[in-house]
Every structure is written in C-alpha cells, then in structure tokens.
Design a protein around this ligand. Structure first.
Ligand code: PLP
Length: 458
C-alpha cells in the first residue's frame, strides 16, 4: 500500500463543507466517493477552499519549476487542455510543434546535423533521464554481448532521477563523493570510476545542491585521454535540467554541449528555465546513431505509423504548445534577457546576504541563478533550519538541507531565482531575514536541525 508520508496521522473521515450555498453543518466523506451528485459550483468551492492552504508559489525559492507565465500562454494552454500528445494523427499540428521544438533545441545545443534532429518531449527531466540512460545502456549492451553488470558514473550531487534510473533498470550507480570545497563531479574522479562496463558519465549542468555547473568539457577531455590509454569509449550524458536552458543564453562562451563530440545526449526540463508550467521536458541525442533504433516503437492503431520513444503513452499537449509559445515569443534575446535578469537578482541577493554577517556563500548565483549559503563556523546558537522555519512565518519557502557524503557537516540554505522573482522581492526577503536574525541571535541554542525539519528542496 502506497502511503504519502503525511497521510499517516489520522484525520476525521468527513470534511465539513464551507458555510456557503446555505450548507452550514453539511459534511461530505473525505476518503470515500460520495454516493450522489452535487452542483458543480459547490464542488468547485469545496476544492478551491481546501487549496487555499497551499503555499504561495511565487514566494517559493525552493523550486526550480516555473510559477509564472504570461496570460497569453495561460490562454493557449487552456485552449489545448484536451489535446493528447500521443494522438499525432488527430493533432498533427501539435506533433509538428513538438518537432519544431526538438529542432530548435538541437540547434541551440549545436548538434552536428540539426536537420536530422533526434529527440522528443517528455513529462520532465526525470523521464528524459530514463530515456537517455536507456539509450546508453542499450548501446553498451550491443558492444558487450558477453555481459557484465553495467555501471553509470556520476557525482553524489545528482538529482534523485538518476538513482531511480539505476534502480529501475538495474545499473550500478558509481558515485563520486564530495570532497573539501568540491561539491560536484570533476574530471579526475569521474575517470577513476570508469571501466569497460561503464555505459556513460552523467555531467550535471547546474547542480541542484548549489547551482554550480560541472566541468563538462574537462570531463570529456579526460575521457578522451582515458580512451587513448585503454581503448574504452565512454559517452557523456549532460543532465541540463536547469542549465541547458540557461547557459546557451547567458554563458555563450561556455562549451558544454554537442560541440563536444563525446556528448551523446542532453536532457532539460521545459518547466524549469524553459519557462513553462510543470509537465514538460526534452531529450535530444547528438544524432540518430546515438539512439538505438530497437528502443523506438512504431504505433499504428491511432491511424498512422508513428515512432514513439517514451515511458508514457497519453500525456498533455498543452505544455508542449506553451514551450513553443515561449521559444517563439521570447526568441534568443528574450531568454537572454529573462535569465540575465534572474542572474542579476541572484548575484545581488547573494551579495546582500553575505553582507549580513553570519553567512558564508557556497555559490553566488553566477552560474545557475541559484545560490547556497551556510552559517559561519562561529554561529552555534541557531541553525539554517531555524532560519528556514522563521522565514516561513511570512510565507517564504527557503529550504535548508545537509550535503551528502563526505560533506554531511555542511548545512545550507538555497535560493532559486526564476522568472517572476524581482529585485523588489529580493529586498523584502533580505529585510525579513534581518528581522529574524535579530531574534535568532538572542536564542540560547539551536531549535531545529535536519532531523526535525521537513526537507522540501527539490
Ligand atoms: C529538477 C532536476 C531533475 C528532475 O527534473 P524533473 O523535470 O522535475 O523531472 C533532474 N536533474 C536535475 C539536475 C534537476 O535539477
């Protein structure tokens, strides 16, 4: 039985209906489907009222996912709610729009022959990672008919989707721990873990822990050298969930994409810095050879013979349409403007926080517009968990969390700046932070730690 962790506490079995529509005192079952119908306005009000307790997404600096889109995008999405992405025959223009996005991203990431762009939309980076990982595994299996247990090399800072990939598809996860001031994968440590059963190395462009970019070009160069020495050819997959939609626009000189011949595939979340509401990701291969054909299914029962490579079948078309809207509406310059501003807000905000005194920056927001800070060693009477909890008072969600092996001693706060987070909001956050620090400073000892705080970074 699947249990949501918060479902454990016992709740009354019936829900008291809002005192509107003359329904004072009326209750409805909470966990059972009601037997009879109710008017749509009443059902709407009940659900709407219950959702008032959800947080204000614009004050959430924990999430990388889009929380604001232009009203025109909202309208387009509403017009497309009924479209099923898989019905390519029924909705040929939606399919065409998906294909245009694949071509645009393929060009943005410098695929060698963008006319033969190979890739597809997904529900997010997690599904995209599964598909990218499966292609790596299948390519390795073809070369190693005699078997052995496949492994995938990555930093311990990878997002949980890679742990899922390894678990679901029975691939050994080879993790490079953090070390000293190194909070992500580096070339030397990646190569040390590679052998003939390595299906690939995952390099993360924009670590979820601190927003830093992993050195993709250095990792590729070290793997070139490894191949020259051992004859073993290890491809690289770039997890650009955030960064693949940031770096091309604001770090044009950084070489991390298909310009590096070793980069076989790249995933991104359209719903992070692609600026679309949750529900869309992308996976692009450098060319058709990088995607083994036997992973592609041909379905014809919807009326036409269509290639599909996806874990899902039916899924919403609206998000893909909204992605196209953004690409069209903003263009290269628009994305550069939006993300340039986010970086400006992030670096200025990290500077203001550093100036408050008790903090030390781990990153400053000059790669992803995301930064992590910790408390100075001398601060012992309160924790980052206390700060996170205090900020909740006015609705700010600033996550606090501890780092993984070998830096479990580091506890940090992380701020993700995205579209809709302005200099003005940043100033209000700093003011609140100052106010809370005055109180926390008088506290005799820490109240919250990793064990008694909810961890909501993702
Ligand atoms: C968010 C994230 C993921 C998972 O992406 P979803 O689109 O939420 O499935 C994977 N990798 C990294 C680096 C991420 O930041």
């Amino acid at each position: 039985m699947l249990k949501h962790p918060k479902a454990a506490r016992s709740v009354p079995q019936s829900l008291s209906v809002a005192p509107r529509f003359g329904m004072e005192g009326v209750t409805i079952p909470r966990h059972e489907m009601p037997v009879g119908e109710m008017p749509p306005d009443v059902a709407y009000q009940i659900v709407h009222d219950e959702l008032m307790l959800d947080g204000n997404s614009r004050l959430n600096t924990a999430t990388f996912v889009t929380t604001w889109m232009e009203p025109q995008a909202d309208r387009l999405m509403a017009e497309c709610f009924d479209k099923n992405m898989i019905d390519k025959d029924e909705y040929p223009q939606t399919a065409e729009i998906e294909s245009r996005c694949v071509h645009m991203l393929s060009r943005l990431w410098n695929a060698p022959d963008p006319r033969q762009a190979t890739g597809c939309s997904t529900t997010g980076s997690s599904e995209a990672a599964m598909l990218g990982g499966l292609a790596l595994k299948r390519r390795w299996q073809r070369k190693h008919a005699r078997g052995g247990r496949p492994n995938l090399v990555m930093g311990i800072n990878v997002q949980v989707c890679w742990e899922k990939f390894a678990n679901y598809w029975d691939v050994e996860m080879r993790l490079v721990p953090m070390d000293g001031e190194r909070f992500h994968l580096n070339a030397e440590e990646a190569v040390k873990l590679c052998d003939e059963n390595t299906i690939g190395v995952v390099a993360v462009l924009g670590s979820t822990f601190d927003g830093s970019y992993e050195p993709v070009a250095e990792i590729c160069a070290a793997l070139d050298e490894f191949q020259a020495r051992t004859g073993i050819d290890v491809p690289v997959h770039v997890d650009g969930a955030s960064g693949a939609f940031v770096a091309p626009f604001v770090d044009p000189d950084l070489v991390w994409d298909f310009q590096l011949p070793r980069v076989a595939s790249i995933n991104t979340s359209g719903h992070k810095y692609g600026l679309v509401y949750p529900g869309v990701g992308w996976i692009i291969w450098r060319d058709a050879q990088a995607l083994p054909e036997d992973l592609i299914f041909w379905v014809n029962y919807l009326g036409d013979d269509m290639p599909t490579f996806a874990l899902n079948f039916s899924r919403p078309g609206a998000q893909v349409v909204a992605q196209y809207y953004n690409l069209l509406r903003l263009g290269f310059d628009g994305y550069a403007r939006v993300h340039g501003y986010a970086r400006e807000v992030a670096t200025r905000l990290s500077g203001l926080i550093a100036d408050l005194g008790p903090f030390e920056l781990i990153t400053r927001g000059d790669e992803l517009p995301v930064f992590a800070v910790k408390l100075r060693d001398g601060v012992t009477n309160y924790t980052v968990f206390d700060i996170s909890r205090a900020l909740r008072e006015r609705g700010w969600q600033v996550p606090a969390y501890t780092f993984p092996k070998n830096r479990e001693d580091v506890a940090a706060l992380r701020v993700v700046v995205r579209r809709g987070f302005t200099h003005d909001l940043a100033d209000m956050l700093v003011e609140d932070l100052k106010r809370h620090l005055q109180h926390l400073d008088k506290q005799s000892g820490p109240v919250h730690d990793a064990a008694n705080s909810s961890s909501f970074h993702h």
